[in-house]
Design a protein around this ligand. Structure first.
Ligand code: ATP
Length: 319
């Protein structure tokens, strides 16, 4: 193998740049040429390629977003689009691809691999919703961003003795809400994986007030339900002023944490080694402190389990 390509696809996540840097520098160290593909699968189809060198990834390890750009590309859902991408890659003498992104990106990667191009997938999504890996790149940073917001909102919640509902990202997964809620000492964590019980939420609030608590923070995952409706229902049931804060897109960006930079550096390097070993249709995964290789199928066919122990623990500790 002489020449490989790298792209980022789907939602951007902090640490993607650290992964690109690691891929480029590991590959060049092992005498491979690296092509950077712009705007995910759209750039792959259009042949929007640029050769990368050691300097291409200078000064990016601390930057959020992705220097290659990313996209959600409709044409890649079609066989025709993927065949065009394959042709363009062959014309550019690319022999393997590393695709950094979430489960949608992995679906596309698996199809491209089945059409004849070796592909290694790297889990890069803030949602941590990919099965067969403990962590995805970007998750640690988003938890810390949400935590920072919880700390600030808690000051106001305590001063005004108000209830605050904080909506966080995560699509259909409650992983961000659970981790940030546990770390932030939230009174209640509302996630799609657990049936909604507003009587329990209100009883938590009342119990807290009875023992002298001056604040109540409820972390709610975006995938659960309409957060404004839930906020209004809590206000009506508790008969206490309740405010909603939707954190939105500020959760996506920002400088990656040390953990995300280390994870991205390790995963990026491993993806290159996997291609060099002749592996294909695989995903780089983290298991504890180890980086391993698993079939992409594992991530595509299984649903990531929520950490129910953490959910129970958060309930006990917030009393
Ligand atoms: P995130 O979890 O951060 O949103 P993602 O990788 O899941 O990231 P998607 O928008 O779902 O983001 O997917 C990214 C791109 O991957 C799509 O725009 C499309 O080009 C490609 N893709 C997704 N699903 C498929 C599929 N079933 N077949 C072919 N290509 C796909």
């Amino acid at each position: 193998m002489k020449r490989i390509a790298v792209l980022t696809s789907g939602g951007d996540a902090p640490g993607m740049n650290a992964a690109i840097r690691s891929i480029v520098r590991t590959a060049i160290f092992h005498r491979l040429e690296v092509i950077g593909v712009k705007r995910g699968y759209c750039g792959l189809i259009e042949g929007d390629y640029a050769k990368m060198n050691l300097g291409s990834v200078s000064d990016v390890i601390h930057r959020g977003g992705t220097i290659l750009g990313t996209a959600r590309c409709r044409d890649f859902f079609n066989e025709e689009g993927r065949q065009t991408a394959l042709l363009k890659m062959r014309q550019a003498r690319i022999e393997g691809l590393i695709a950094i992104g979430g489960d949608g990106t992995f679906n596309g990667a698996a199809k491209l691999d089945n059409s004849g191009m070796p592909v290694i997938a790297v889990p890069g999504t803030i949602d941590n919703d990919i099965a067969c890996t403990d962590r995805t790149i970007g998750f640690d940073t988003v938890i810390n961003t949400v935590l920072d917001a919880i700390n600030k909102i808690r000051d106001t919640a305590t001063s005004h003795e108000r209830i605050f509902v904080i909506e966080v990202m995560g699509r259909n997964s409650g992983a961000i809400a659970l981790a940030a809620g546990l770390a932030g000492g939230a009174e209640s964590i509302l996630i799609p994986e657990i049936p909604l019980n507003l009587e329990q939420v209100v009883s938590n609030i009342k119990r807290g007030i009875a023992r002298g608590k001056r604040h109540s923070i409820i972390v709610l995952a975006e995938g659960l339900a309409n957060s404004l409706d839930i906020t209004k229902q809590i206000e009506a049931m508790a008969q206490l002023e309740t405010r909603l804060t939707i954190l939105g897109y500020l959760q996506r960006g920002g400088t990656p944490t040390a953990q995300d930079r280390i994870l991205a550096s390790r995963m990026g390097a491993e993806a290159v080694y996997m291609l060099l070993r002749g592996e294909r249709n695989k995903m780089v995964a983290s298991k504890g402190d180890m980086i391993t290789s698993v079939d992409i199928e594992c991530a595509l066919l299984q649903k990531k389990e929520l950490n129910f122990q953490d959910y129970k623990l958060a309930g006990i500790l917030s009393r």
